[in-house]
Design a protein around this ligand. Structure first.
Ligand SMILES: [Zn+2]
Length: 176
């Protein structure tokens, strides 16, 4: 998946998480999710992120290659451990950034898994797993991300009013 699609895809995952956990959606979290959505491609010197930090991306790409450990279950496990840890310490400023970065990161691996090149989930085993839904840079990729993002934005507009109306229909909650 291209960086320009990873960004809205990652932001949408964060917005869904915010909707699901009844958190307000803020710019900082959204930016952190977008950053997390670019993070796995730190192993590619020509990626949007890799170009900005060549002192990391060049040696990393030499050592593990593109779509290596950063796109594997090992990275997912690290993210899944960090996520609840962040939730427990949700009042600290850094913890507030961990959840969106993790979700953005997970969205990246999922996004890349949708392309024919796939991701090496069981790294260091090099076998790649793919859902093979669309090619990277294809129109279908952009359409998929566009529809997904717009759906989340619409849901974000509808969900609070549905919730409000549902609460209003509960007799003892009415009049609040
Ligand atoms: Zn990638």
């Amino acid at each position: 998946m291209q960086a320009r699609n990873h960004i809205p895809f990652a932001m949408s995952w964060w917005w869904l998480y915010c909707l699901g956990t009844d958190q307000s959606i803020e710019a900082v979290g959204t930016m952190a999710a977008a950053m997390g959505g670019l993070l796995p491609d730190i192993d590619h010197p020509k990626s949007a992120l890799g170009r900005r930090i060549p002192f990391i991306s060049i040696p990393l790409s030499y050592l593990v290659g593109h779509r290596g450990v950063t796109h594997s279950l090992m990275a997912v496990v690290v993210m899944l451990i960090m996520l609840p840890l962040a939730a427990f310490t949700m009042d600290t400023r850094i913890a507030l950034l961990v959840a969106p970065v993790c979700l953005g990161y997970l969205s990246h691996i999922t996004g890349d898994a949708m392309t024919p090149s796939g991701v090496p989930l069981l790294w260091p085993n090099r076998k790649r797993y793919t859902l093979n839904l669309f090619k990277t840079t294809s129109l279908l990729e952009s359409v998929f991300v566009g529809v997904f993002t717009i759906s989340v934005v619409i849901l974000g507009g509808i969900a609070p009013s549905v919730m409000h109306n549902t609460i209003a229909q509960i007799p003892f909650m009415a009049g609040r």
